[in-house]
Design a protein around this ligand. Sequence first.
Ligand SMILES: O=c1ccn([C@@H]2O[C@H](COP(=O)(O)OP(=O)(O)O[C@H]3O[C@H](CO)[C@@H](O)[C@H](O)[C@H]3O)[C@@H](O)[C@H]2O)c(=O)[nH]1
Length: 510
Amino acid sequence: MLTHHFFLSSASSLSDLSKEMSQRKESIVMLPFMAQGHIIPFLALALQLDQTKKYTITFVNTSLNIKKLRPSIPANSSIHLLEIPFDSSVYGLPPGTENTDSLPYHLIANFLEASLSLKPAFRKIISDHVEEQKGHPPFCVITDMFFGWCAEIAHEFGAFHAIFSGCGGFGFACYYSLWLNLPHQNNLSDEFTLPDFPEASTIHVTQLAENLKEANGKDLFSVCLQSMLPECTNADGILLNTVEELDRVGLGYFRRKTGKPVWPIGPVLLSNRSQDQAAITPDLCKHWLDTKPAGSVLYISFGSQNVISASQMMELAMALEACGKHFIWVVRPPVGFDINMEFKAKEWLPEGFEERMEHSKRGLLVRKWAPQVEILSHKSVSAFLSHCGWNSVLESLSNGVPLVGWPLAAEQFYNVKLLEEHIGVCLEVARGKSCEVRQEDIVKKIMLVMDETEKGNAMRRKAREVRDMILDAVQYENDHKGSSVKAMDEFLDAASLMREGNKWAADRGV
Ligand SMILES: O=c1ccn([C@@H]2O[C@H](COP(=O)(O)OP(=O)(O)O[C@H]3O[C@H](CO)[C@@H](O)[C@H](O)[C@H]3O)[C@@H](O)[C@H]2O)c(=O)[nH]1
């Protein structure tokens, strides 16, 4: 329901009002879910919108996340960080829990449930905002795919509401459909199709994250996601960090399912990420890569929050040694250990591995965090062994780098499916955190992708085509607007249209 707050403006006449409107920057309020994989793409989107100089952006999150974000906000930007109160201890979570990165796996669903408690505080934020702006609602409220409940609040105050997800269309569509339908429940076979997304073809039970495999509709994950995800349809539209030409099937699913506009505006990427947590400077990495021949290095990383098991890590290390390729590997403690603890190479890697790699200058182990975007854009990098989190996928393909996929959680399994079966830029090497992997298989697949094999050449060719497709999507030159530029325009136009509609109605007292 819309209410018309234009009546509350202090402008004394309609012409004053329109003058006031044209001088004032439009305001956008953003609220991501409290997890790095969600906050990072939201920040990238905020920075992109800020560059247009047309908006003031209020970026809302809990206190600890806001503190972490502060260094990433340029001094001259119009992005304001705003804290929303949240007390995790009330929900049986460890005190001070404000991000999934500090939570053991078994408490993630509780955290998801606890996030619902943000409702009254978010309503107050919007209400205060409207009051401060003399009755003008925000131009737009953009919230997380888990925060579809914000649509009701935005609409109550007459604001346009969009969902934004950092995921791609296909991966998100499979994830959405799987959680809503739980098709593997009552299925005797290991393979099944999705009732409302047959285009995805068969899904194998090994392509389900642990929480999904165990889901039965009554567990906390199912209960939360089955109520949260469908609320996305209450939004006025959905923004996805993807590219129309790359991801039509997944986009089609959401267009059909929600009946709302779905705007692929990607890639929305952080180009100048704060390097605070990087264990190595971009310069040192570049220097190391400069000493290697073009297209000779394998980059290995499992994103911001995923890790492999100790035995998988051991096999991967042995495979890297056996295949003889140059590599940069971002290492983290294996499953079962605190992700932030010190990496114990002597315990988790083959004896003398790190010293041998360092001495031969064949491999660079980077602890915890590497300057990924810089690495992937270096000409020496030939392939990326990745968990295929969507940001990593876009960063890799934006540089024409093919992938060796090792999905570990969430929608990563379906990203790999899209990349391998539909696009042809990825070869899956393993699946999940508990599967058995053998070094010989890993070696075989790395060689197949990196060497001058028919498969490797075809993947590289396709990856370059996709890079060009992505570059075209974000291009805005002379008369040409790429698909992502157009999608962003359409989204902003839709928000403007709602604003104009409200104004028209308010002017007539409707
Ligand atoms: O050493 C590192 C490791 C990661 N990154 C960056 O961290 C981001 C990681 O993002 P992504 O590849 O998407 O992985 P996750 O952090 O695991 O992302 C979560 O969020 C994504 C959507 O936003 C989902 O696709 C994933 O399944 C989900 O795990 C990327 O921008 C990387 O460049 C670095 O810069 N250095």
